[in-house]
Design a protein around this ligand. Structure first.
Ligand code: 5GP
Length: 210
């Protein structure tokens, strides 16, 4: 059983384009939560900082970490490997730190199935509509349009995993989405009442997938 001195695990997942990374950073900053820094075989993007955004490693190093059983979870996402190393996360949770995980549904499933001795709350972030998502994913030139269409197809597959999360939150406006997540975390931590309309969410997913 988790004790009140232990930290809690908060997972945020979403299909591409729902604005999850901004939310994770806002939650960490405003609440002093720690963000779990993943390992990845993906190459760094121009503004990314090594060791802050990710630990960037080679395929060979990633395989070594898998073989050494150093990952709490790992998965292949868009042709690259991503994984959460166990020791830093568990050490921080034992010290009472709350940890945020920006990981995909495969990683969320693995952590959930581990049934660790720490409280776990999982969130799936969705865009307000298919049209808004398409706008967020596309740019003006044709090449970007093709990429956006490919991502829309991927969205259709990813969205199906909403059912495995504790809460689904719609990112219509950053501040209000942050508040919804924050209120749900606080309600979970204090056994308070939860402002959550699961029927509304079910209908929203139906609209997104129709
Ligand atoms: P990006 O390459 O855009 O930073 O991330 C691509 C996807 O990989 C995102 O959905 C992100 O949440 C997911 N991801 C990042 N780190 C991890 C991780 O450690 N494990 C898993 N399973 N997914 C991750």
């Amino acid at each position: 059983m988790p004790t009140s001195n232990d930290g809690i695990m908060i997972i945020l997942s979403s299909p591409s384009g729902a604005g999850k990374t901004t939310l994770v950073n806002l939650l960490a900053k405003k609440n002093n939560y720690e963000i779990s820094i993943s390992h990845t075989t993906r190459k760094p993007r121009p503004k990314e900082i090594i060791g802050k955004d990710y630990h960037f490693v080679s395929d060979h190093e990633f395989k070594r970490l898998i073989n050494n059983e150093e990952f709490l979870e790992y998965a292949k996402v868009f042709n690259n490997y991503y994984g959460t190393s166990r020791t830093p996360v568990i050490d921080k949770l034992n010290k009472g730190k709350n940890i945020l995980f920006d990981i995909d549904w495969q990683g969320a499933d693995q952590i959930k199935n581990k049934q660790l001795d720490f409280k776990l709350i999982t969130f799936f972030i969705l865009p307000p509509s298919k049209e808004i998502l398409y706008d967020r994913l596309s740019n003006r030139d044709m090449k970007d349009k093709l990429i956006a269409e490919e991502r829309m197809k991927q969205f259709g597959r990813d969205v199906l995993h909403w059912i495995n999360y504790n809460y689904v939150v719609i990112n219509d406006d950053l501040e209000s989405c942050y508040n919804k997540i924050n209120n749900l975390i606080n309600a979970e931590m204090n056994d308070g009442s939860k402002d959550y309309d699961s029927e509304y969410i079910r209908k929203h997913v139906e609209n997104l997938t129709s």
